[in-house]
Write a protein that binds this ligand. Structure first.
Ligand code: FES
Length: 356
């Protein structure tokens, strides 16, 4: 059974009665009392004060008149002094007002009961333990006060939800560790590959296969003939009407290295094709329309329109190539056949096409 909570008036009346008894020890003590000091011990209250006002009133009443505290700050300071000495004796100093109030309640509930008997502390000690257990170092002042009040009133403190300060802090190291492990694995595999490639056996086999491949390619190239891609030796240059009489056409010079001339030779009008190769050292002369001659830029040899050399070091006339009138009416040039004047070959009908 727990004692009902005494009111403030009850506590104050008890304290006043106690102070009055202490002020007159001789009167209250019996004549044959062996110990006149005994009445100075405060009587145990019926129940420990529960409210803050009760505790403060009891503290003021218990203090000496000379240094009685005037305010709440003074009372708290006086309480903190003995509490501060507790760590030296192995205890813990109160950190917050809730701790202080819990210590006061525990003191008020246990001290008188200790004098009364051994069974009395059972009521107040669990309350102090509840307060001490409810107040944790990580709490704010408001939380500590709220927890202390809840523990004192017997109301269970709602469980504190422990939230992680940095929710993602736990995942980042895991990802980083996985990435580091993957990087280590990759580097290890790369190192194995490099070591395998640099092994003497692999190098020897690589050199052997390379030399074998090069030898095979060389043999294949040797088996293939050296073919020069040249323009065809036979080609058509269009109808005879494309070449006016008395003109030299350089249309096919770049492509087929021939000039097509429509001129008069020995009183006959004919079309013939001259090679563009200088008979001196093989340079390509230029046709000079104003001078009506072929002029070699290398050594200055000059040739008439009919190909006969007349100046420079060229030893003989230009060569003619085969030409004929094809079945389709087109002129067809055959470079595979050469005709030289000094050999009397220009009279061959294969090297000219007569025109009317
Ligand atoms: Fe033409 Fe010498 S090559 S003049």
């Amino acid at each position: 059974m727990t004692d009902p909570k005494p009111s403030t008036n009850d506590i104050l009346s008890k304290i006043r009665a106690k102070n009055a008894a202490a002020a007159t020890p001789a009167e209250s003590a019996p004549a044959d009392s062996p110990s006149p000091v005994e009445p100075q011990t405060p009587a145990a209250p019926a129940a420990a004060p529960k409210g803050t006002s009760d505790i403060l009133a009891a503290a003021r009443a218990a203090a000496k008149p000379a240094d009685a505290p005037k305010g709440t700050a003074d009372i708290l300071a006086s309480i903190k002094k003995p509490a501060a000495a507790a760590p030296a004796a192995g205890g813990a100093a109160p950190k917050s007002p809730a701790d202080i109030m819990a210590a006061i309640r525990a003191k008020a509930g246990t001290a008188p009961a200790a004098e009364a008997g051994a069974a009395a502390p059972v009521k107040a000690a669990p309350a102090a333990e509840k307060v001490a257990a409810a107040v944790t170092p990580g709490m704010s002042a408001a939380e500590m006060i709220r927890a202390a009040r809840s523990a004192s009133d017997g109301v269970p403190t709602p469980p504190k939800v422990a939230l992680p300060s940095k929710p993602l802090a736990g995942k980042a190291p895991a990802v980083a560790s996985k990435a580091a492990a993957a990087d280590v694995t990759r580097r290890s595999a790369l190192g194995d590959v490099v070591a395998l490639l640099l092994s003497p056996v692999v190098i020897a086999w690589g050199a052997f296969l390379t030399s074998l491949t090069a030898s095979g390619l060389a043999v294949a190239r040797f088996m293939m003939p050296n073919v020069l891609v040249e323009p065809p030796t036979k080609f058509k240059i269009g109808p005879p009407n494309d070449y006016a009489p008395g003109t030299v056409s350089t249309k096919w010079q770049a492509q087929f290295n021939v000039w097509v001339v429509n001129g008069e030779v020995d009183g006959a009008q004919m079309i013939y094709a001259l090679s563009t190769v200088c008979t001196h050292l093989g340079c390509t002369p230029n046709w000079l329309e104003g001078e009506q001659k072929f002029k070699c830029p290398c050594h200055g040899s000059g040739f008439y329109k009919n190909g006969v050399n007349f100046e420079g070091p060229a030893p003989r006339p230009l060569e003619r190539v085969g030409i004929r009138l094809a079945e389709d009416g087109m002129l067809e040039v055959d470079k595979s056949v050469k005709f030289q004047k000094e050999l009397g070959q220009w009279s061959n009908p294969s090297c000219f096409v007569g025109v009317a």
